[in-house]
Every structure is written in structure tokens, then in C-alpha cells.
Design a protein around this ligand. Sequence first.
Ligand SMILES: Cc1cc2nc3c(=O)[nH]c(=O)nc-3n(C[C@H](O)[C@H](O)[C@H](O)COP(=O)(O)OP(=O)(O)OC[C@H]3O[C@@H](n4cnc5c(N)ncnc54)[C@H](O)[C@@H]3O)c2cc1C
Length: 447
Amino acid sequence: MSATLLWFRHDLRLADHPALRAALTRDKPVIPVFLWCPEEEGEWAPGGASRWWLHRSLTSLAKDLEKAGSKLLIRQADDSLAAIKKLIRETGADAVYWSRRYEPLVIERDRRIKETLRTENIEVRSFNAALLIEPWDVQNLSGKPFQVFTPFWRKVSASIEPPAPLPAPKKISAPAKWPSGVKLESLDLMPEIPWHEGMARTWHPGERGAKEHLETFLEGPVKHYGEARNLPAQSGTSRLSPHLHFGELSPRQVWHAAPKWRSSQFMAEIGWREFAHHLLYHFPRTTNEPLRSDFIRFPWRENTRELAAWQRGKTGIPLVDAGMRELWETGWMHNRVRMVVASFLVKNLRMHWLHGARWFWDTLVDADLASNTLGWQWAAGCGADAAPYFRVFNPESQAEKFDPQSEYIKRWIPELSGEGAKSYPTPIVDLKASREAALAAFKTLRK
Ligand SMILES: Cc1cc2nc3c(=O)[nH]c(=O)nc-3n(C[C@H](O)[C@H](O)[C@H](O)COP(=O)(O)OP(=O)(O)OC[C@H]3O[C@@H](n4cnc5c(N)ncnc54)[C@H](O)[C@@H]3O)c2cc1C
């Protein structure tokens, strides 16, 4: 008996799946497997909202595999390598294929697995299923990684020719006997307290949901993306981020589905996602440390009460609270508002960006170590191509500019439109004084 193990990770789809395609060309049974080993990802193991998404996405993938005559084998393990070796013993598999991931701990783990299995004569191959270009295939004129977005994207968008996406296979050959697996429910990915109802109303995880979502976006909203993308009250952006994160959709599919929009602002945002992965790969320490090392000395404040007010959307600053409530309710927040709430936390409250990154990590359905790290370091002024520290977003003028009718604010803070306005908290900080304190703290770095 011999077979190919196809290890599903952040590539939860059947179309445009190079590892699956390569596995099928071996003419041997394919055993699709998902391993749940969150401890291996350390402090950046999937958070609550991601787990909810994963549960739904795996359900969808399992159904699609069944339609193709296969199934998804699920196992829980403390150690992926041991789990794969066990499966090899049980199935006689002689090859293991997977799609690459770029998080530092995952890279280390995968490298170890690859080396060990190869010494045991197992064929191991990894594939690019998540990016338009691999982070090691692009460098600036001095041969170094890019740290500024515009030249990065100029170079990448002009030089790439991503291959046309592969169609989903109709049939996946199954082994004569399936090894045993566990039920998805036993992974306990669904929250015990039902705080996920708003997310369930908002999203359709899975490959089909992703495809439909992309089609709807390309039929209409993409045309107005340039003007609408900054207005949080409108559905002006694609909301593809969780689908892209879990690999229910590939950036190659987006690139080929939208040939007219290749030099658009929308595609440049897909470029930011590429840039984030480029940075994470080349500067892996940035998940927990500032890219600009002078920021290690920054005098951050600690205040549990204020942090809780920020997390719960009770700071008394309407645009900040609206964003934090949207996040809690739907697992997503508009990009403009993400920048505003992040600036408020790191500048007005002067709290470490990691407090914000960790909260986003637990509550975002699109929590992604590359994009979240970039977003927070950008907001704090300590990352690549970052907003300078002295540029402090004023949440009131941001609201006047981007939510002029307060439509977004009233949607998420209903008490502001009715009698209940008295129950809305007074601001926990003075915006002007806290801005000045932040600038003074910033000056200490120059000494
Ligand atoms: C503090 C902060 C934290 C963030 N954390 C995350 C995160 O954990 N996961 C995440 O996917 N994005 C993150 N972002 C980036 C951005 O806010 C989201 O990608 C975007 O809001 C998703 O909505 P959309 O799909 O409608 O985006 P669209 O505007 O339709 O953009 C299309 C796609 O491009 C990518 N993209 C867009 N903007 C960015 C960006 N600034 N950086 C990287 N990729 C981008 C996303 O994959 C997105 O789906 C963060 C931004 C900030 C300021």
C-alpha cells in the first residue's frame, strides 16, 4: 500500500491548490489530513474568532472533499511530526505534500519535519498557495528586503506573472481503507459562550462563500473602491480578508478574476498583504519586537481599566467605540477604523501595541500574523513604512471626514441616537492633552 498525505493548513480549498494537483499526478490514493496542534504556534495560536472560522471552514472543506469521493481526516496532536509519522506507519504513505506558511514558529517546525521525513526516505514537497510572490524572490537594488511599500509593489506588480489558477479536481482517489480520525466537534473550536452569533450572521466561511463573495465584489463595489474604501458606513471594501487568510481563496485567483483592476488601489491592497508576508519572513522577530529598535526604550503606560474600556468599546470616543463594538460583534473592523482605534490605543492611551495586537488576534476572523504585525507596528510608528509617531489620528476629525452623517457611529452605538445618550461614558482621556503627552514621550527616544 502506498499513498500521498496532503496536509491542509491555511489552504482550505480545492481549486487553485498546487499541492493537491501535484498529489493527484502521482496516481496514488490521496489522504487529505488536518492536524490540530495549536501549541506549536505558541502565543500566536489561533484566537477565539479564528477558531470559530476554522470550524466552519473545515466543515465546508470536508463536504467538498466528500463530493470528490474523498474525505478530510482530522487528528489532534501535541506534535505534528509525530502525528505525520504515525499516519505514514498506518497508511504506508510515501509522500507528504503541503502549502507553505510564513509564521516564524511554523517555518521552523515545517523545516524540522521536512528534514526528518527526508532522512526516512519520504518524499516531502511544499508549494506556494498563499502569495503572488515568495518573500525570498523579491529584493531591492542593494539585494536586501524591501522596507517601504511603494517600491516593493511597483517592482512586484510589474514583474509577476502568476500562473492561471488551477480548477478544482472532480475526483480525488481514495485509499482502500481510511485511517481513523476524530470528529471536528472534538477539537472544541466553537466558543462555549455563544458570542459568535453576530459572526455567524455576517460571514459564510468556506471556499464557496469566498468565491461568491469575490464575484459579488467584482460585479459592483470594486468600481467605487477608490472613493468608498475609506467610508466605514458603506460596504465599499471586499471583506475578503478572512477568506484569504484561511486560503479559501488565493491571491492568484483574485489577480486572474480581476484583470481590469491589476493596477488599481484594490490590487495594491492585495499588495500590502504580500508586503506584510515579505516583512514577516525577513524580520520574524517583529511579531513581538519593534522593527525600529529605538522603540524598545519607548515609555509605554500600563492601565488595565483603560485597556478594558478600549476593548469593550467604552472609551467615550464615539468612532473608537463604534469600531471596537463592530469588531466584537462581527469579528471584523473597517480598515480606516482599525487605524483610528490603533492610534488611540498606542498614542492617546500610550499603551504598548502588543496589547492591541493580542486583542485583535483573539477577536478578528481575519487575524493574520503578517498583516496584524504590520498594521500594529505601522500604527505605533515603529514598523516598516510606518506612520510617523508624531502623526496622531484625531478620532473626532476622522469621524467628521469619513463618517460625516455619523451613520457608522450610530449603527454601533445606538444609545447615541436615542434617550440613552446619558448612559454613554464621558471620554476616558482628553484627546489634546494625551496627544501632547505622547509627543513628549516620543521625544525621549531622541535623547
Ligand atoms: C492595526 C491593524 C491591524 C490589522 N490586522 C489585520 C489582520 O490581522 N489581518 C488582515 O487580513 N488584515 C489586517 N489589517 C489590514 C486591513 O485592515 C484588513 O486587511 C482589511 O480591513 C480587510 O478588509 P477587506 O478584506 O474589506 O479589505 P480590502 O480593502 O477589500 O482589501 C483587499 C485585501 O487586501 C488585503 N489588505 C488590505 N489592506 C491591508 C493592509 N493594510 N495590510 C495587509 N493586507 C491588507 C486583505 O487581504 C484584504 O482582504 C490590519 C490593519 C490595521 C491598521
